[in-house]
Design a protein around this ligand. Structure first.
Ligand SMILES: [Zn+2]
Length: 482
């Protein structure tokens, strides 16, 4: 009898191993390579326009902080002067003074339009990092074929590439099949309510329903999957939601010479430690699953085996993804304390201790669920949890079968040799979330390669990236047919 059971068990094991191996081998097909096109050379005028664009200090300092209006005004004067055909041939409209929409009428205005988005504002230079810049932050210096300056990558490269492309096509006498809108927000770095938010409302009020919207977002990376030895295009198909919570403890304070066993600071800190002990449950959303399917065949044998046999190895696969903070953030809602406040004097026990906890919410999950998780984890009735907003939420992921994804995917293949395009859930936020309810497909992607200095020191963009971005926009504008 025992012998029979042992035999049966070994047979089951052999079958199991056979299934795993067959599935792994079937999954290990080479990743397709599509033909790319030669990218037209970048005219010198584009570099000089890019350098000038960086000079204007179009900084968003904070939600309720004033901006340098003159800089924004001068930026638009520069656009007017530098792009005469755009200015002459497209109609334009301002929103809250500094955001702007250009309309380029298509041959078939009855067709749903395309919208090309970018933002003209930039983040400030952090005082503590000012000295680390090797060039003036608003100098627009060209060094080793790279243009340096705040906004070089985020997002003036997009603004300039879009405008340059339209100017170039107008010069060639091109008229798009569909109407094309250019939408430039001026407050993306503080959430975009006055810029893109107002513009999207205007689209809605005027019943303009775009087929495709393209904004900044994912880019091309050669760094994130080094074992692949091929560039990956991370095509953003939705973005995570955003919400902050204020957690606070109020207790009677007192003199520090006679401390009580537990103070407001103690309770708050314990709560925060408990909160950080456990992450929210993971979920492999369709874009991540698709990414694994597209990229997986180029990974190591063990990784391929895990992806091809998720019915058996999902926990191992997830463990691997959790190791990297970037892929972990694609798996789940993240929660982290970002501000702590308590106390006014070294010999006074404060009666109030507060912390701000920032959350990035996985599409499909609600703010209520996140709030409930925070309360449960902190596990102390004396800790009060309140939302501090502003909340942002995107829609469900755009399907890889949608027109928007397919058009962007096709253009991406054409502008980058050997590329593997894959859908991707954006971890950060963009202006394009406002367009999600009114468009068929919103895509967050530009084909720059591993940009340097995003929101940080020595922000820069390669001339070759600008050329690729322009070509990408050109292909999309030309292929925005019926
Ligand atoms: Zn940006």
């Amino acid at each position: 009898m025992l012998k029979k059971i042992a035999l049966l068990l070994s047979a089951v094991m052999v079958i199991l191993i056979a299934i795993v191996l067959v599935k792994t081998i079937q999954f290990s097909k080479p990743i397709p390579v599509k033909e790319s096109l030669a990218i037209p050379a970048l005219p010198d005028s584009v570099v000089s326009h890019m350098q000038q664009a960086i000079h204007f200090k179009t900084v968003s300092f904070g939600s309720n902080l004033p901006i340098d209006s003159a800089a924004f005004k001068e930026f638009w004067q520069f656009v007017g002067k530098s792009y005469p055909l755009v200015t002459k041939s497209l109609t334009q409209q301002s929103f809250n003074e500094f955001s702007r929409v250009f309309k380029w009428e298509g041959k078939h205005p009855e067709l749903k339009p395309y919208v090309f988005m970018a933002h003209i504002d930039v983040v400030p230079i952090e005082k503590a990092t000012e000295k680390q810049w090797t060039v003036p932050a608003f100098g627009g210096i060209l060094k080793n074929d790279q243009i340096y300056g705040r906004g070089a990558a985020d997002d003036k490269a997009c603004v300039i590439s879009i405008l340059e492309t339209v100017e170039k096509l107008l010069k060639q006498g091109f008229q798009p099949e569909r109407t094309i809108y250019l939408s430039f927000g001026h407050d993306e770095e503080i959430g975009g309510p006055r810029g893109a938010g107002t513009i999207a409302n205007w689209f809605k009020e005027n019943k303009i329903h775009p087929e495709v919207v393209i904004d900044e977002g994912g880019m091309i990376t050669k760094e994130h999957f080094p074992e692949l030895k091929r560039p990956i295009a991370l095509i953003g198909v939705t973005e995570k939601g955003y919400m902050s919570f204020l957690v606070s403890v109020q207790l009677e304070g007192g003199h520090s010479s006679m401390p009580v066993p537990e103070t407001a600071i103690d309770i708050l800190c314990k709560g925060l430690v408990n909160l950080r002990k456990k992450q929210m449950p993971y979920k492999i959303l369709p874009p991540l699953q698709e990414m694994l399917q597209r990229v997986g065949p180029g990974l190591s044998f063990v990784q391929r085996m895990a992806i091809a046999n998720q019915w058996l190895f999902e926990p191992i696969l997830v463990k691997g993804l959790e190791k990297d903070k970037g892929t972990n953030a694609m798996l789940r809602t993240t929660i982290v304390p970002t501000i702590l406040q308590a106390g006014i004097k070294d010999n006074v026990i404060p009666g109030l201790a507060t912390a701000t906890v920032n959350t990035r919410i996985l599409p499909g999950q609600s703010i209520e669920e996140v709030e409930a998780f925070i309360k449960k984890q902190m596990n102390d009735d004396r800790i009060v949890v309140k939302r501090t907003g502003p909340a942002s939420e995107d829609g469900p992921p755009v399907s890889v079968e949608s027109v928007a994804f397919k058009k962007v995917e096709a253009a991406t293949y054409q502008v980058m040799k050997d590329v593997i395009p894959t859908p991707f859930v954006m971890i950060g936020g963009t202006d394009s979330k406002y367009f999600q309810p009114i468009a068929d497909g919103v895509i967050k992607f530009t084909p720059g390669i591993d940009p340097k200095g995003f929101h940080g020191v020595d922000e820069r963009i390669n001339k070759s990236d600008l050329a690729r971005m322009m070509f990408f926009y050109e292909l999309l504008m030309k292929h925005a047919g019926r």
